[in-house]
Design a protein around this ligand. Structure first.
Ligand code: FES
Length: 156
């Protein structure tokens, strides 16, 4: 944790609100923590959950819900849809392409720690499958060629 004092202050402020465990309150807290820390590490999530009297899983659910919130200080996030419709249009192959290019660790973080690879079951955009998102922006009808060129741009 880079700035424990500031993070503690933020958590205590939001824990003291009228309904501390409401999603709106938790989201505002997480945004503020990220502004201070650059990300919301597991350590911080556990600390916040303990103070709020909720399970750490609730915090990580909220982080997954908002593409702008992140658990590690990576620069970019590639989210590949592996749902049925995208799966039937080669999304597994796209996933393999990204893995080959980025060599992510077991948490999905690329070898240079700059790009996080995550998957989701359905992005609710099935008609334009296969879909993926980069930093929260949807890239529909993805091909391996387009994907490789996008990765090259991110890696510069
Ligand atoms: S299965 Fe990919 S968007 Fe629905």
């Amino acid at each position: 944790m880079k700035n424990q004092e500031a993070v503690t202050e933020i958590i205590e402020y939001y824990a003291g609100q009228k309904n501390p465990s409401e999603q709106e309150n938790l989201t505002a807290m997480l945004r503020e923590i990220q502004e201070t820390e650059g990300c919301i590490s597991r350590e911080v999530q556990e600390m916040a959950a303990q103070k709020m009297g909720i399970k750490p899983g609730v915090i990580s659910c909220i982080i997954r819900l908002y593409p702008s919130l992140k658990e590690a200080p990576y620069a970019h996030e590639i989210l590949i849809c592996t749902g049925d419709r995208c799966g039937s249009k080669n999304s597994k192959r796209l996933l393999e392409t990204v893995k080959k290019e980025l060599r992510p660790d077991k948490n999905g973080l690329s070898a240079d720690k700059r790009i996080l690879l995550v998957t989701r079951n359905c992005l609710k955009q099935c008609r334009t499958s296969p879909n993926l998102m980069i930093d929260g922006k949807l890239y529909p009808a993805m091909t391996e060629e387009k994907l490789k060129s996008l990765i090259r741009e991110l890696c510069c």
